[in-house]
Design a protein around this ligand. Structure first.
Ligand code: ADP
Length: 246
């Protein structure tokens, strides 16, 4: 497995408070990784650093085979480099159909300027069908996005991110507010997406993390407390102390 993203010795403070403290992290391509940790552990700030929203005070954030520094790139350059982020709340165009939503998100393989034309080509239409199938919304293509269930909206948004063909996808609490059946579908979807790219999932629901069946990174006070399989990290004394507050 190649390393795709590497953070080393990263720290960031807000008004003197160290939200991220000498954090090191590595993810390969492809790989599925779950990030867990109590509230305030630094999970959101960690993702903000990767996407360029928050700039660290110290450390390195290295991307891709050319080992470029993400710290020299703007948020939009980082997104264009292949890092997609899904926030907790679904943001889809409610008045548009599922097909239109996916079409709007589509990336044109020939460049951004003729994306409008690309959507209308056979290849563009086929890509939309393929994406809908990937996220389990093929039967819903003509439906208005606003009429979808909460879970379906989340899948549509994941589909819209996949339409950009990211090399790294960051997903914040995808299972929140989902029914058990929706959660199961989401697990399958993320596992499938992670066959060809890196996917980082921040999640509180341990049952969901168990089903993801992947390497887990436990964050605490802005650092990595433990890493490994879910069984490995949940057997760790420090992790037990943090979660049970002892
Ligand atoms: P998590 O997502 O794991 O709950 P966060 O990354 O949101 O954790 O926050 C980590 C710590 O940093 C928290 O104590 C939070 O209050 C603090 N923090 C995060 N962002 C800011 C900010 N913009 N200004 C001040 N403190 C912040």
């Amino acid at each position: 497995m190649k390393s795709l993203l590497e953070l080393s010795g990263v720290s960031v403070s807000f008004d003197g408070f160290r939200a991220i403290n000498n954090l090191s992290f590595q993810i390969g391509e492809p790989e599925l990784r779950a990030i867990i940790g109590p509230n305030g552990a630094g999970k959101t700030t960690f993702m903000d650093i990767i996407t360029g929203k928050t700039r660290p005070d110290e450390g390195r954030v290295i991307w891709g085979e050319k080992s470029v520094s993400l710290l020299r790139m703007s948020e939009s350059q980082i997104a264009r480099a292949g890092i997609g982020r899904k926030f907790q709340k679904p943001t889809v165009f409610e008045a548009q159909t599922v097909r239109e939503n996916l079409a709007m998100a589509l990336k044109n393989p020939r460049g951004p300027f003729d994306v409008l034309l690309y959507r209308k080509t056979e290849a563009g239409a086929a890509r939309i069908e393929e994406l809908a199938r990937e996220v389990g919304l093929h039967d819903d293509l003509p439906r208005q996005a606003g009429a979808l269930s909460h879970g379906q909206k989340q899948w549509l948004e994941i589909g819209m991110l996949l339409a950009q063909d990211p090399r790294l996808l960051l997903v914040d609490e995808p299972a929140a507010g989902m029914t058990p059946a929706e959660r199961e579908h989401t697990t399958d979807l993320l596992k499938r997406a992670a066959r060809t790219r890196a996917v980082v999932v921040v999640e509180h629901d341990m049952e969901f993390v168990r089903r993801l069946d992947c390497r887990v990174t436990v964050l605490h006070e802005g650092s990595v407390l433990a890493e490994g399989s879910l069984d490995h990290v949940t057997a760790n004394r420090d992790v037990i102390d943090v979660y049970l507050g002892r």
